[in-house]
Design a protein around this ligand. Sequence first.
Ligand code: MLT
Ligand code: ZN
Length: 466
Amino acid sequence: MKYKKITAEDIAVLEAIVGKEHVYHDEENRNHYGHDETEDLKFMPEVIVKPRTAQEISEVLKHCNKELIAATPRGAGTGLSGGALPVFGGVIIAMERFNSILIIDERNLQATVEPGVINQVFQEAVIVKGLFYPPDPASKGSCFLGGNLAENSGGPKAVKYGVTKDYVLNLEVVLPTGEIIWTGANVLKNSTGYNLTQLMIGSEGTLGIITKIVFRLIPYPTQTLLMLVPFASAERACEAVSAVFRAGITPSAMEFMERDAIDWVMKFIEVNIEVKESTKAHLLVEVDGNDAETLMRDCERISEVMYQFDCDEILFAETAAQKENLWKMRRRVAEAVRSHAVYKEEDTVVPRAELAKLLKGVKEIGNRYGFKSVCYGHAGDGNLHVNIIKENLSDEEWTNKLPLGIREIFELCVELGGTISGEHGIGWVQKGYMDIPFDEVQIKLMKGIKTLFDPNDILNPGKIFN
Ligand code: MLT
Ligand code: ZN
């Protein structure tokens, strides 16, 4: 391995930079920072540092670059593609002390924040000022904004409001070679040179470490209506999704859950809904805005479309508690699956109108390879989370045969005009499949960018590419 092992001298240098009390190399901390939320993977870092300023990060990275030490940035550790795993050991740069909301600029509808702020904490801080930051991944109660930028996270609201990248105007970034730069300007329009801001977003912590984020915000919509739509056929549910948009309505969420997802989450947490024996899937549909009557009309129109696709009786959430109950059910599906089974989670995405074909194909591939899958996700974005369950597969089949089945699923996504990750990133676990969406020319361009930013490949090495 090309990376240097950390020595007592390196630890002394790191302690001098961030302070002795912010450097950890005990077993417990190394264990904790050795995993994220990605399946059951574990890679132990040699040391963890918790810097507080961009200048400290710069000095840490300069040292790593000089000594060829692998450095892996980490937010809250809620990632799902192994992006924060220190696969070559080395240093974890934990961003949890970067936890301040620096400015909420109500004149310009902008905010400047540090990357260790929790998504929901930020959302709540701007809501009280009548402002809205829509990206809301399932882990919004614990994930960091910096991690959201690293993966270009989405969440249910993305279908109407877009994903993380749509809200970022400007970034302060420490480069792997130690320079500190701003990537753009705090403006809503910018045609000035290459777009370094957008290049950083979704780069999974491989090009630089973000230390400040300037977001744009929008006015907070005051009203929501939520409906749960049961279907006796999961494919018909998927077909109904694009029909709603064709009817001229853009819901603020359009989520899909197949039967197993619902059953498992209902065993995992208390959810107060009746599900008929015949129900095979649900769509959870939300509309939002400021005018209750318009929203009622939207819901009527959505119901008409849903009935054309043979849905069963629609449940309207009447109270805030009912809405909360339904959202809790949707948001906790992934955790329920995790607690229930050995699994692998894929983050497939296709153009919205191809969703039914994707679901059908996933089931057909599963039948051929002998695996069960539990599917749910952001149907309005064509983004289907496919949780493959180990169940009866032998260890041999799980390790050697399943990757071929996953490859077929990804090939199907690309055939349908989609790609292999919608919001979880490539990280460590999907990099072996990058030849499916990209050819050699595209990969060479991406690797060239990485080398330009990080000539010694010290920052989050081993991610995205082989
Ligand atoms: C979700 O939509 O629930 C998440 O993206 C999936 C997960 O947390 O595993
Ligand atoms: Zn998701």
